[in-house]
Design a protein around this ligand. Structure first.
Ligand SMILES: [Cu+2]
Length: 158
């Protein structure tokens, strides 16, 4: 029995550097903090949900427009909000217009956003998660007028 216990201990000591490397892998942790989403000419995102581990200090979201229509006709952006603010942010964005990327200037309810892109274009935004609460109720949407009815999803942090 004592022999077996010593054997287990030796195994633990031998494997611990491997475990340390796996946990400390910066590459894996970085990738989980980088998200990609696409919008198309049918007014749809290709994802209904985005998940980010609470360990991400910064998140980068890259939005690609996989369609062909120009921004003025079928532009898309990616806007992060607390879910209860979604309708109000969409409404304020509509008034702000395309030059403002359909985001009302100084709107504190907007937690992060990209600019508006048209077909074939892509854009990205990097933001700090310091203002987000793990397990909070967040949503993303496109604030191009009329798009948020279809273009919205859950953003899960933590
Ligand atoms: Cu859109």
């Amino acid at each position: 029995m004592k022999l077996i216990r010593n054997g287990v201990l030796a195994l633990a000591v031998l494997t611990s550097p491997v475990l340390f490397l796996a946990c400390g892998s910066a590459a894996a942790a970085t990738d989980a903090c980088k998200l990609e989403i696409a919008g198309n000419d049918s007014m749809q995102y290709d994802k209904k949900e985005l998940d980010v581990p609470a360990s991400c200090k910064e998140v980068t979201v890259t939005l690609a427009h996989s369609g062909k229509l120009p921004a003025a006709a079928m532009g898309h952006n990616w806007v992060l909000v607390s879910t209860p603010d979604l309708a109000a942010v969409a409404s304020a964005g509509m008034t702000a217009g395309l030059p403002a990327d359909y985001v009302a200037p100084g709107d504190k309810r907007v937690l992060a956003h990209t600019k508006v892109v048209g077909g074939g274009q892509s854009t990205s935004v990097t933001f700090s998660t310091s203002g987000l609460k793990a397990g909070g109720d967040y949503s993303f949407l496109c604030t191009f007028p009329g798009h948020n009815a279809l273009m919205r999803g859950k953003f899960k942090f933590g």
